[in-house]
Design a protein around this ligand. Structure first.
Ligand code: NDP
Ligand code: 2IT
Length: 448
């Protein structure tokens, strides 16, 4: 990474000093600051207003104890987080992640990215993120419910439909959102659109389940169009097998692609005939089993231990949709060597900085997460609109809005990349386009 401007470098040095050892957070901030150098040069008033200094510092950080009783009656204690990062554009908005790896660095990197992602959607949403180091794997339904209730008992005093609206992320899907909504309603005595990704019987939006994966593929379709090609006949690799991965597979297949590999944190499956999505949906969404089980039902398919090996599978389109830093420089080189022409991040920051450099240098169309996976939060914004109006819109209506938003994000990112002298670099483009709207709002709102 190379930040050249002494002023931008000094902002980054302060962030490093204030947040020692928070590697993921520093990685995310470093990348954005690097992209913003030409913006600060063009707009000296941002420097005078201390805008960068303010945008890198969360407005509020909440860390709390989450005590709960497991099925044997033993007390368990987890740590809960909510980072309310930036409210210039609207109520804080962003998911909750339940995974044993969760710590302050991960939640802050996600919250920081969320500011610019939400801005790119064009909807009125600030940026935030939260979660816990609770591991839902292997827990009974009742344990998950008791944990969600304990988590929300504290969180509910900090959020609200016009304050902060959480949603899902890794380890948090419809089941968890339902339990948390129930507890919020009970404690606060308020029936309001305080979470998104809700069930369809209590204010959820059609398409929200599919939105991140579908949106990522709509974004990729735009990148392919810019290269005068399409998904038709392309071999696709999608890492992960959770919410984002499953619906990225579904849409890529609908558009004529063939998804040959998927993974979980233990390993990956390869099926040269194209992975059967019904089997994956049943295994992961209903039975909550490991991806390995797939090969018991599909004889031509292979399973290999170790999730990083998925990037050795030759493909033209890669959609990393599992977790941060899952695709490193070496994996990127392998993808390029095998003929990959487009990579779009369904996950948040799945490519390391070295991997991104390899893609950009080798003319691979690269869609960074804050642009390519913005369809999830965009549809959350559409869920909030429906909740405010006490309405529910049909699947095609919401899907069309999502599609339009993804096309607009692609155009905004590619326009900004061009305007600021790095045509085709959607990393710079997304960071700049996302930042400009937040910056203008912050300039108008004074020093707050
Ligand atoms: P899920 O919990 O539904 O699925 C996560 C998937 O990633 C699982 O297959 C999981 O495997 C795998 N995974 C998790 N941690 C690791 C790891 N350390 N190494 C390898 N694989 C891992 O989460 P989502 O699909 O919702 O989220 C996936 C990514 O997409 C995340 O980066 C998330 O932040 C991002 N995202 C999600 C959005 C949403 O709306 N849900 C919106 C935008 C981005 P295993 O079962 O073994 O843990
Ligand atoms: O990373 C993300 O954008 C999400 N997990 C979705 C956030 C949301 O509020 O829908």
């Amino acid at each position: 990474m190379a930040i050249k401007s002494p002023y931008v470098q000094s902002v980054f040095e302060t962030v490093k000093k204030r947040n020692p050892g928070e590697l993921e957070f520093l990685q995310a901030v470093g990348e954005v600051l690097e992209s913003l150098e030409p913006v600060v040069e063009k707009n000296p008033e941002f420097k005078d207003a201390g805008l960068l200094e303010r945008v890198v510092e969360p407005e509020r950080q909440i860390i709390f104890r989450v005590p709960w009783l497991d099925d044997s009656g033993k007390t368990q204690v987890n740590r809960g987080f909510r980072i309310q990062y930036n409210s210039a554009l609207g109520p804080y908005k962003g998911g909750l992640r339940f995974h044993p790896s969760v710590n302050i660095s991960i939640i802050k990197f996600l919250g920081f990215e969320q500011i610019f992602k939400n801005s790119l959607t064009g909807l009125m949403m600030g940026g935030g993120k939260g979660g816990s180091d609770f591991d839902p794997k292997g827990k009974s339904d009742n344990e998950v419910m008791r944990f969600c209730q304990a988590f929300m008992t504290e969180l509910c005093r900090h959020i609200g439909a016009d304050t902060d609206v959480p949603a899902g992320d890794i380890g948090v899907g419809g089941r968890e959102v339902g339990y948390m909504f129930g507890q919020y309603k009970k404690v606060r005595n308020l029936w309001e659109g305080v979470l998104t990704g809700k069930g369809l019987t209590f204010g959820g939006s059609l398409v929200r389940t599919e939105a991140t994966g579908y949106g990522c593929v709509y974004f990729t379709e735009e990148m392919l169009k810019a290269r005068k090609t399409s998904f038709e006949g392309k071999t696709v690799v999608v890492s992960g097998s959770g919410n984002v991965a499953i619906y990225a597979h579904e849409k890529a297949t609908q558009l004529g692609g063939k998804v040959v590999a998927m993974s979980d944190s233990n390993g990956y499956i390869y099926d040269k005939n194209g992975i059967n999505l019904d089997t994956v949906k049943r295994l992961k969404e209903i039975e909550r089993k490991r991806i390995k089980e797939y090969v018991n039902e599909h004889k031509g398919a292979e399973y290999k231990d170790g999730c990083a090996g998925i990037w050795t599978v030759p493909c033209e389109v890669a959609l990393p949709s599992a977790t941060q830093n899952e695709l490193d420089g070496k994996a990127a080189e392998t993808l390029v060597k095998n003929g990959c022409i487009a990579v779009a991040e369904g996950a948040n920051m799945p490519s390391t900085p070295e991997a991104v450099e390899v893609f950009l240098k080798n003319n691979v169309s690269f869609g960074p997460g804050k642009a390519a996976n913005a369809g999830g939060v965009a549809t959350s914004g559409i869920e909030m609109q429906q909740n405010s109006q006490r309405e529910s819109w049909t699947f095609p209506v919401v899907d069309e809005k999502l599609h339009t938003i993804m096309v607009n994000i692609h155009d905004a990112a590619s326009g900004a990349a061009e305007e600021y002298g790095t045509p085709g670099n959607l990393v710079n483009g997304a960071n700049i386009a996302g930042f400009m709207k937040v910056a203008r709002a912050m300039m108008s709102q004074g020093v707050v």
